[in-house]
Design a protein around this ligand. Structure first.
Ligand SMILES: O=P(O)(O)OC[C@H]1O[C@H](OP(=O)(O)OP(=O)(O)O)[C@H](O)[C@@H]1O
Ligand code: HPA
Ligand SMILES: [Mg+2]
Length: 185
């Protein structure tokens, strides 16, 4: 196997590993300032994309970071959101009365997160905030109230740092724009 295949078909690097790390520390300080260490929020990671952000954010936080996971899917192997959100794996934790912080890799159309925020609020959570590493403001189909954003980026389809195209590139350390020829029909 070609040892460099992970770098294939990338148009350009958008956010480097070092930039992600620096920004994540800033987000962690903002989160620490907003919550009490006596009652830290439950971190809810959205599989699979949020795995890298969750792992890095949790280790950056200076309070006990309880984690739970949901899997919802709206993209599959496509570069466009279907708009239909399905729960593939639900929380193990009862969240009524708790502060919940959803941890995400990206908000694109906003359809997944607006649905999820409402879904978790309807379970009686005391608060439901969102932390996302990336957001595409010009792609928004619905407005989502996001408390913590790493970077606002252009509408190009990106991969890396947890983000995939057809399950590939998630383990790329940087965030990169995928070359259009890869998914153009
Ligand atoms: O704002 P939206 O347009 O709804 O897009 C954002 C969602 O899409 C991606 O997940 P995906 O469904 O690809 O699953 P994955 O995390 O397993 O890759 C991403 O991780 C977000 O959850
Ligand atoms: O730009 C993206 N890349 C990968 N997955 C995604 N899910 C929503 N937007 C994206
Ligand atoms: Mg995906």
């Amino acid at each position: 196997m070609d040892a460099n295949s992970l770098g294939d078909d990338l148009a350009r690097i958008l956010v480097t590993e070092a930039e992600l790390k620096t920004r994540l520390a800033e987000l962690a300080r903002a989160i620490e300032a907003d919550y009490s260490a006596d009652e830290p929020p439950l971190l809810v990671g959205v599989l699979k994309g949020a795995v890298m952000v969750m792992a890095d954010l949790a280790r950056e936080l200076r309070f006990h970071a309880e984690m739970d996971w949901m899997a919802v899917s709206s993209y599959g192997a496509s570069t466009k959101s279907s708009g239909v959100v399905r729960i593939l794996k639900d929380l193990d934790t009862e969240i009524a009365g708790r502060d919940v912080l959803i941890v995400e890799d990206i908000i694109d159309s906003g359809l997944t997160l607006s649905w999820l925020q409402e879904n978790l609020a309807s379970r009686g959570a005391r608060s439901v905030r969102i932390c996302t590493m990336l957001r595409k403001p010009d792609a928004a189909k619905v407005e989502v109230d996001v408390a913590y954003v790493g970077f606002d980026i252009p509408t190009d389809f990106v991969v890396g740092y947890g983000l995939d195209y057809a399950e590939r590139y998630r383990n790329l350390r940087d965030v990169a724009v995928l070359a259009e020829h890869v998914y153009a029909e």
